[in-house]
Design a protein around this ligand. Structure first.
Ligand code: FAD
Length: 404
């Protein structure tokens, strides 16, 4: 077993690496280094319950503080890893420390994609990645009236829903011609567009951002269609970029993510990478993937920790995601990219339905809307490469578990 495991990053995945090393009774030293001021915490509630004020800050944390209160564990917060010296087996920090590792886990996550337009640095323009970001958004949400959201992906729509429920006037602008276009099919987009507009959210589709205006803080959002939208504050949610720079500078292969194998190992046998920052193989889909999901970060963390502890572990998972908007729970299993057939089960007007995606007859993904059973059972079908009969798939009377 190795003597010192250094974890660069102290987010969701990093916390799980520590937990999994403990479960494997790793008896060496663990050093977790994070550039945020917080112990590992969950980001999903940030744009949902925490923004809404329905979750206390202490419930965000992945583990209580006492979990890290262990002579085996050293946690360095507010500390950035600035470089990796692979031949010396050390990492350097911005505090001037050099820390030796036997195994290094890169759990660096991702950062928000910024919008390079005029006025982008005006106060009142927010991005959402951290607790500090959402605290600032919430302060604006509670004291102001007009919210403009840039981007109708999960995060933008979740923020729009919470702001709308707090009585604000909410406008969402989206470059694509439908919401969540990167992840769901047109009929699911239609459903969400209806739900948002019926509740008062103004959706401007096929509309790009041209700039921001204001003197001391943002007052207007300018669109590429010539509109000037009044804005007391803005939340931009236009995607993320994986944090690969540290790995690239250390000569590790990066291709839209730090490239790892199914053991979460880079080409350097002493360096692993997990979570949002990785590009990893997925046997079910037969290609490299980069995922932005808690499930992926947690499972890769367990895989890396297992391999570090000499327990041969391979990552092979059906990706899954979720989004809460108003009282609607969307659960997605699998990846729908490349589908050639869509099958609907249930009636969208009833508020509960599932949308299945097939490619060459194989079930590759499901979007389950307020349908947890369809979501759970589809995961098993997708993992097994099932070829369900589309007619039976569409029939809510036939249990999905009979279609494997
Ligand atoms: P992170 O949790 O981002 O942790 C990485 C950490 O490393 C960060 O703290 C970062 O600051 C730090 N770091 C980076 N570089 C350095 C360095 N050089 N030195 C030290 N520290 C460094 N996923 C879902 O599955 N479902 C959801 O509903 C969902 N909702 C989300 C809502 C929001 C608002 C956000 C922001 C994300 C959401 N996600 C959701 C995505 C999910 O949170 C991420 O996939 C997950 O956090 C990834 O974990 P990670 O450990 O890879 O990265």
């Amino acid at each position: 077993m190795s003597k010192t495991v250094v974890i660069a990053g102290a987010g969701h995945g990093a916390g799980q690496v520590v937990a999994a090393l403990k479960q494997h009774e790793f008896d060496g030293r663990i050093v977790m280094i994070g550039d945020e001021p917080y112990l590992p915490y969950q980001r999903p509630p940030l744009s949902k319950k925490y923004l809404a004020g329905d979750m206390a800050p202490e419930r965000l944390y992945f583990k209580p503080e006492s979990f890290y209160d262990d002579p085996q564990i050293e946690v360095l917060l507010n500390t950035r890893v600035t470089s990796i010296d692979r031949s010396a087996h050390t990492v350097s920090t911005d505090g001037g420390r050099e820390i030796a590792y036997d195994k290094l886990v890169l759990a660096l996550g991702s950062r928000v994609r910024e919008v390079p337009v005029a006025g982008a640095d005006l106060p009142g323009i927010h991005y959402l990645r951290s607790i500090a970001d959402v605290d600032a958004i919430r302060a604006d949400m509670l004291s102001r009236k007009n919210a403009v959201i840039v981007g109708a992906g999960y995060i933008g729509l979740e923020v729009a829903a919470v702001c709308c429920q707090h009585g604000l006037s909410v406008t969402v602008i989206e470059l694509a011609d439908r919401v969540m276009s990167r992840v769901v099919s047109p009929n699911v987009s239609d459903y969400y567009q209806l739900q948002h507009t019926e509740r008062g959210v103004k959706l401007l589709l096929s509309t790009g951002l041209a700039g921001f205006e204001g003197k001391r803080r943002v007052r207007k959002v300018l669109t590429n269609t010539g509109q000037e939208l009044p804005a007391d504050f803005v939340v931009v949610g236009v995607g993320i970029l994986p944090n690969t720079e540290l790995a690239e500078a250390a000569g590790l292969e990066c291709d839209d993510g730090i490239v790892v194998d199914d053991r979460c190992q880079t080409a350097d046998p002493d360096i692993f990478a997990i979570g949002d920052c990785t590009s990893h193989p997925n046997a079910i889909y037969g290609r490299q993937l980069r995922l932005e999901s808690v499930h992926n970060a947690l499972e890769q963390a367990k895989t890396a920790a297992g391999n570090i502890c000499g327990v041969e572990s391979h990552y092979s998972q059906v990706p899954w995601f979720w989004s809460d908007q108003f009282d609607i729970k969307l659960q997605i299993a699998g990846l729908s990219e490349g589908y050639d057939e869509v099958v609907l089960r249930g009636d969208p007007s009833g508020g509960s339905f599932a949308c299945f995606y097939l490619a060459d007859g194989v079930l590759i993904a499901v979007d389950a809307i307020n349908s947890p059973r369809e979501f759970m059972q589809s995961k098993t079908l997708i993992a097994s490469g099932a070829r369900p009969d589309p007619g039976k798939l569409a029939d809510p009377e036939i249990p999905l578990k009979d279609l494997g």
